[in-house]
Design a binder for this molecule. Structure first.
Ligand code: ATP
Ligand code: MG
Length: 400
């Protein structure tokens, strides 16, 4: 006997009507996509539940995949047996013995199928007795059990579980439209992307790259971060913008104190163009309040002037420490702290304005025509598709 199913529980039932249907369809699709490397796996739905049928595959690697899918509240390994008392007894015993450190247990029977002629209460007693007589050193404790053996008697079969693993929660990626993530090589923007994805947003990424000031490895770092994010959703298109010329022009032609602000405005302008081409309706950034010069309220106000696209800033109210914790959890921290410079760290003005005003910035921008360099940057965009597997290597063969 062995666990042959994964039971998926999904929450967010504040969703109503059509939304629920879309949510569940998307979740099923995402689970299918993430498990398609296991050829025999099937993903099925029955009233309010989703099951992954393992069909002979080892459960662990598939559980690992499912733990990274947004929209799942919790997961359990399950055994499916026919609606027969003897079979249910045998499976319940197996489930109990598979649980770690089980000293105290409880059996909970749910009889959804009222045609099954043993009632829940009686079934509870039968199973409790069976488990007690066939194990040693384990007692019943209905209030503080280490293990709850759950038995759901449904129409088509009975499912038995003995452990619950928390899922990531959130909404299935793909249920909330698309956003363009401004992805630097830092700690913040990958976390911002992750949090947007958690709310069901599918992301594409844009990165501003300034060779030779920024190296090929700095770019690879960004692709690696995208790959890590792709583990939580679909493959990610990364748009690499050649930013050197425009950036040099900004720093040559604009007052030093305003160069940073103007550079950020250029990033938003170019990002918006990419959104138009890709039918994306919002931007996502790792901006935060009060960290550095470019992240004051005044600065945000001035930078934001160039676009009326919604900007998702999931980190805006977070403490740095909270952001760092999430980056550890999602596996981006180690890559983010690699020392390769990004375009912003190289062209840092000595004393950037911490309260740049819109009118001044607008005036300075009007003294020089950047349009050609902006267009060149857009025309030079290289787009790389990153999946959660070998995509980064593939991307390099694309470059050759
Ligand atoms: P991060 O840790 O994400 O680099 P940060 O704390 O360094 O952020 P800033 O340098 O002010 O903050 O950047 C703010 C946001 O602007 C970043 O979170 C990112 O969304 C975007 N950004 C900055 N540099 C780039 C870049 N080279 N390419 C794409 N987006 C960028
Ligand atoms: Mg940064």
């Amino acid at each position: 006997m062995e666990f042959d199913h994964i039971l998926i529980r999904y929450g967010e039932m504040a969703l109503k009507g059509k939304n629920i249907k879309q949510f569940i369809n998307q979740l099923q699709h995402n689970v299918q996509q993430k498990t398609k490397e296991f050829p025999n796996v099937k993903v099925k739905r029955t009233q309010g539940r989703m099951f992954v049928l393992l069909n002979g595959h080892e459960p662990e690697p598939i559980m690992e995949k499912c733990k990274r899918i947004f929209g799942i509240q919790s997961l359990s390994l399950a055994i499916k047996v026919d609606n027969e008392v003897e079979k249910i007894k045998e499976a319940a015993l197996y489930a109990l013995t598979q649980a770690d450190n089980a000293k105290k247990f409880k059996v909970t029977v749910k009889r959804i199928n009222k045609d099954f002629d043993v009632r829940s209460q009686e079934m509870n007693q039968i199973l409790g007795g069976h488990l007690l007589t066939n194990t040693e050193g384990i007692t019943v404790d209905v209030h503080h059990p280490d293990v709850e053996v759950k038995v759901e008697i449904r129409k088509e079969a009975t499912y038995i579980t003995s452990s619950v693993v928390p899922g990531l929660g959130g909404l299935p990626v793909g249920t909330s439209g698309k956003s363009l993530l401004l992805l630097s090589g830092g700690i913040d923007s990958p976390v911002a992307g992750y949090l947007a994805m958690k709310r069901g947003v599918q992301i594409e990424a844009i990165h501003f790259h300034s060779p030779p000031y920024t190296s090929e490895r700095a770019k690879q770092k960004v692709l690696d971060l995208a790959k890590q994010l792709a583990k939580f959703g679909k493959s990610i298109q990364v748009h690499i913008v050649p930013f050197t010329k425009l950036q040099q022009e900004i720093f040559r032609e604009m007052p030093d104190a305003y160069a940073m602000t103007i550079m950020r405005r250029m990033m938003f302008r170019i990002s918006e163009k990419v959104c138009e081409n890709e039918s994306i309706l919002s931007l996502t950034t790792g901006e935060n309040l009060g960290q550095v010069a470019s992240q004051t309220m005044e600065s945000m106000h001035t930078i934001n002037e160039v676009t009326n696209y919604p900007i998702i800033r999931p980190l805006v109210t977070m403490d740095k420490q909270e952001v760092i914790e999430i980056s550890h959890q999602i596996g981006t921290y180690e890559t983010s702290i690699l020392p390769f410079e990004d375009c912003c760290t190289i062209f840092v003005p000595k004393s950037p304005k911490t309260k740049p005003r819109r009118d001044k910035v607008k005036y300075y921008e009007s003294t020089y025509d950047f349009s050609q360099s902006i267009q060149e940057a857009i025309d030079g965009i290289e787009t790389i598709k990153i999946t959660d597997k070998k995509a980064v290597d593939e991307s390099f063969s694309n470059l050759l």
